[in-house]
Design a protein around this ligand. Structure first.
Ligand code: ZN
Length: 176
């Protein structure tokens, strides 16, 4: 699948943001993902950790499962995963196990990111089957979505000195 321009990436990343907005509407950390195959979305997912009380219910995991169901195959060799935030180690493990051809992500996750932020799983030759990784696509939008979410949650949790909400917490990938 050829998708060499930023424009192409942004079209699909926009779909991932629609998923992130669904998570936000449910009070979940806003992270969204889609799996694209042969020019169409075959799997979507948004973070549902709180809703399902499931630590594995990250956007990427749900999108990968949906995509595998759609293809009736766990091998997603020719698929591309778009996700608004750098995947955590669990999700990156799943991405590599699914043989996803290409991963495109938005903002980096300094706390849980497994594409180089805290660990780089794809750098492990035993795990990497040749995935192509593109980071930083629409990263600013992803970061501001997360920052606003955590600022609002903090304000709700503990209305206090204004200074509290002026210093956003590190981005988190509770979420995916
Ligand atoms: Zn994750």
């Amino acid at each position: 699948m050829e998708m060499t321009t930023d424009g192409g990436h942004e079209t699909w990343m926009e779909q991932a943001f629609r998923e992130a907005e669904k998570a936000l509407a449910k009070g979940e950390v806003p992270v969204g993902a889609v799996v694209v195959y042969e020019g169409r979305v075959i799997g979507r997912g948004h973070n549902l950790v709180e809703t399902l009380q499931d630590p594995t219910a990250h956007a990427e995991m749900l999108a990968l499962t949906a995509a595998a169901n759609a293809l009736a195959s766990w091998r997603l060799n020719d698929a591309v995963l778009y996700v608004t935030l750098e995947p955590c180690p669990m999700c990156m493990g799943a991405v590599l196990l699914a043989r996803v051809a290409r991963l495109v992500y938005g903002a980096r996750d300094a706390r849980y990111g497994a594409c180089g932020s805290i660990v780089d799983l794809a750098a492990c030759k035993e795990l990497n089957t040749g995935i192509d990784i593109v980071g930083g696509v629409m990263a600013a939008r992803s970061s501001s979505l997360l920052r606003d979410f955590f600022a609002a949650r903090r304000t709700r949790a503990a209305p206090g000195p204004e200074s509290d909400v002026q210093h956003p917490a590190p981005e988190r990938c509770e979420s995916g």
